[in-house]
Design a protein around this ligand. Structure first.
Ligand SMILES: Nc1ncnc2c1ncn2[C@@H]1O[C@H](COP(=O)(O)OP(=O)(O)O)[C@@H](O)[C@H]1O
Ligand SMILES: CC(=O)OP(=O)(O)O
Ligand SMILES: [Mg+2]
Length: 375
């Protein structure tokens, strides 16, 4: 029986779960917030880890290994690794590619290694699953020397989720993963699409950073890169202001004034024209990627919805799929709308690709990867 303590460390929070890997049981889960702020749960990540261990009480002694979510692994990390001083240095080396995420992930790793020094630690990367993309998919068409010098290419994120969900889709369809072509829509606060051929990612919508691709809660996703130059020149926005605009004041929030998809769907249902227009842009972008990835895959067995929005909103799933009947994609209103939680098929039986809902579980996937590595 192996127990893995899973840590998802953000800049001001630590999310954690203690998971019994064999039974997939979550023994304990929690969240520390507002680290470093007045009245927050702890002064810094190391104090935070000590607070977490206090909360675990007697269960702390049962931890066999620690699994850490690391958002950016650059090109160096193609699978989960045992954390060593060299690995910490390697993660640090790619941190400038993910300034919003990696420094916080590293703070969590350092704190946890100090406080839980007797057990092995494993880093599991969001980027790893997408390292199978071919060069034509990950290459940006800019000067090669500039791109190579600065590590500028598409990396892709949410890989732990895309891989977990692809396996779940194969189980649900009762077919081997290596015979399937899948388009996975991870629609949470951050959102991305992956084209998966025979269990391998061949393209994905996020890029150098988690800003590219779909319209997200607060992130713009795709735009003409000249928008940045234009706003700098005509509006005088600085680099930091542009960064903040695109990452925190754009996306659904920027279009509708609401950051939470539940509020947007409520507002649209109540006749709010901006909410309706925002959802139209959101769905248009998703359909754009479904069409592109159908072409790249050369065939399609299933479209799979996952994460907060994808798992919980029948109305938004229908909004995406209802205009894709010409591709053979349909949702059955009864199957789509019925209250259910587990993996399920929501398309009518018959011809054409299936449409599925497969709940993601990044923490369980990290726990399993950690257990597999420390054996
Ligand atoms: N019933 C629902 N209808 C629409 N959106 C929902 C529903 N339930 C959850 N969501 C949305 O899911 C998003 C959060 O998804 P989640 O995968 O938990 O994100 P993250 O892990 O990136 O924080 C929020 O925007 C929330 O509004
Ligand atoms: C990589 C990323 O966008 O993660 P999240 O969805 O947790 O913001
Ligand atoms: Mg998420």
């Amino acid at each position: 029986m192996m127990r893995v303590f899973v840590v998802n460390s953000g800049s001001s929070s630590i999310k954690y779960q203690l998971i019994d890997v064999d039974s997939a049981e979550v023994v304990l889960a929690g969240l520390l917030e507002r680290l470093g702020e007045d009245g927050g749960d702890a002064a810094d990540h190391e104090h935070g880890m000590r607070v977490v261990l206090d909360r675990l009480g007697d269960e702390a002694a049962s931890i066999d290994a620690v699994g850490h979510r690391v958002v950016h692994g650059g090109s160096a990390f193609t699978e989960p690794v045992l954390v060593s001083d060299d690995v910490v240095a390697g993660i640090e080396a790619v941190s400038e590619l993910a300034p919003l995420h990696n420094p916080a992930n590293l703070a969590g790793i350092r704190a946890a290694r100090t406080v839980l020094h007797a057990v092995p630690h494993v880093a599991v990367f969001d980027t790893a699953f997408h390292q199978s993309m071919p060069a034509e998919a990950y290459t940006y068409a800019i000067d090669r020397a500039v791109a190579e010098r600065h590590g500028v290419r598409k990396y892709g994120f949410h890989g732990t989720s895309h891989e977990f969900v692809a396996r779940g889709a194969a189980d649900l369809l009762g077919r081997p993963l290596d015979e399937l072509t899948l388009i996975v829509l991870h629609l949470g606060n951050g959102a991305s699409v992956a084209a998966i051929d025979s269990g391998r990612s061949i393209d994905t919508s996020m890029g150098l950073t988690p800003l590219q691709g779909l319209v997200m809660g607060t992130r713009s996703g795709d735009l003409d890169p000249a928008v940045l130059v234009h706003l700098h020149r005509v509006a005088g926005l600085s680099v930091d202001e542009l960064d903040t605009l695109l990452n925190t004041r754009s996306g659904i929030l920027g279009l509708t004034g609401h950051g939470d998809m539940r509020d947007v769907t409520d507002a649209a249902a109540g006749g709010d024209a901006l909410a309706e227009a925002g959802l139209a842009v959101w769905a248009h972008r998703i359909r754009h990627y479904i069409g592109a990835y159908l072409a790249q895959l050369g065939g399609l067995d299933a479209v799979v919805f996952t994460a907060g929005v994808g798992e919980n909103s029948p109305a938004l799933r229908a909004r995406v799929i209802d205009r894709l009947g010409h591709l053979g994609l349909h949702v059955d209103p009864f199957l789509n709308e019925r209250a259910a939680r587990g993996p399920r098929i929501i398309s009518p039986a018959g011809e054409g690709p299936a449409v599925l809902v497969v709940p993601t579980n990044e923490e369980l996937a990290i726990a399993r990867a950690t257990a597999a590595l420390v054996g």
